[in-house]
Design a protein around this ligand. Sequence first.
Ligand code: COA
Ligand code: MG
Length: 293
Amino acid sequence: MQLMRSWLFVPGNRPRMIRKAPTLGADVIVFDLEDALPSAEKASGRRLVAEALENPSGGSLRYVRIEADPGRGLEDARAVVRPGLDGLVLPKVSEVSHLQQTDAALGALEAGAGMEPGSVRMLAMIESARGLLEAPAIAAASSRMVGLFFGAEDFTLDLGVFASDDEGPDEMLYARSAVAVAAASRGLVAVDRIVPEFQTLEPLAADSKRACRLGFGGKGVIHPRQIACVHQAFTPTEKQVEKARQVIEGFEQAHREGSGTVQVEGKMVDWPIVEKARRLIRMAEASKSEEPD
Ligand code: COA
Ligand code: MG
């Protein structure tokens, strides 16, 4: 099971951060050629990112966020599609045709770079009302699709929502749930918004827990300090694992004795509950195998 809990954004024009990124233990590094990059630094940014892909990854997957504009986005892709690249993050996606065009362009770029066809995956950012309404079709647009990302800042700008209360009632509940459901409908990972506050981690921890409950599998992060906090929120606790084992054992025993349902600690346990327990254990095991010795 491939874990994609933390997606660390690294500005494509910051050599020091680019060098540091593979040492930080993020599940995914996203070298950013979009919002974080002044246009004067575009050419050097593309070069820096392309070079970084030739260096060891430190065990992280490596994605590049290209520009939303199809022409400039394609130029970005042309500069970075090479062995070492796991995928592209596509910002502000609102039309399926955009993904289909990118899919076709990637086929040619992969062939030119001697890469396996289809090896460059795509993560689409849902950051507008139109994008949200198209999210199920976007999730189904290409076999390269790996997930959907909820881009909250652009989304609330589009919606005309100015207040954002990270602790209180969630004005984005509908949008976040819709993104999580659209991703799940195609077996993709849903990746939740970044939390810009990185000095204190409480807002991130609370927001990550909420995202996990909504069905997200990970979160965007912008600072090294945020990585462990997100991993913790998206990794089952010892207590959850213990409970899951009891559920599976109880169910399997009942099954051996010819009964389809069983009770564990006063609660009925049937097939979907057992499947969730198995999935939780797979997640816990995948996280363990990633921990440094
Ligand atoms: N990736 C890799 N390394 C990072 C990093 C990141 N996103 N953010 C910080 N670091 C490094 C710093 O370079 C510094 O390393 P050093 O001690 O070797 O110099 C260390 O982590 C501590 O950083 P700190 O001094 O606390 O923060 P900063 O002032 O250097 O950077 C930000 C703060 C917000 C500017 C920076 O985290 C950042 O640019 N994040 C990404 C923002 C982004 O991509 N936004 C667009 C997408 S949402
Ligand atoms: Mg954005």
